[in-house]
Write a protein that binds this ligand. Structure first.
Ligand SMILES: [Zn+2]
Length: 112
């Protein structure tokens, strides 16, 4: 399993029961070329998804949907996954107004 230093931000199992770890870190350019995110082959031991922490909120949403889609539907083409993720992002972000909220650090809790 994961070491304490290398603990994923999130884990999930795909429809075939394969566990993925999701990490917010820059995908290695020497291996993947420039990329906002990567998803490893589900055949890999402890397959990972890496999402760059330097994206805009909207691109982070799109990249998250895109890479998780790969994890579930590994046989689908890049074009199919891209179209799916772009459609979900457009619906959630543009039509429904979904936004990421950042937790404010060091702010005392207000009493109700
Ligand atoms: Zn892709």
């Amino acid at each position: 399993m994961y070491s304490v230093k290398n603990r994923p931000y999130f884990t999930f199992k795909n429809s075939k029961g394969i566990e993925y770890g999701v990490f917010f870190r820059k995908p290695n350019e020497r291996i993947h070329g420039y990329s906002d995110g990567v998803c490893e082959d589900p055949k890999y031991p402890e397959p990972k998804i890496e999402i760059s922490p330097y994206l805009t909120k909207k691109t982070e949403l799109n990249t998250s949907i895109h890479e998780i889609c790969h994890a579930f539907f590994w046989d689908k083409s890049e074009a199919e996954v891209t179209k799916f993720a772009n459609t979900v992002t457009k619906f959630l972000y543009t039509k429904c107004g979904w936004r990421k909220m950042e937790a404010k650090k060091n702010e005392p809790r207000r009493k109700k």
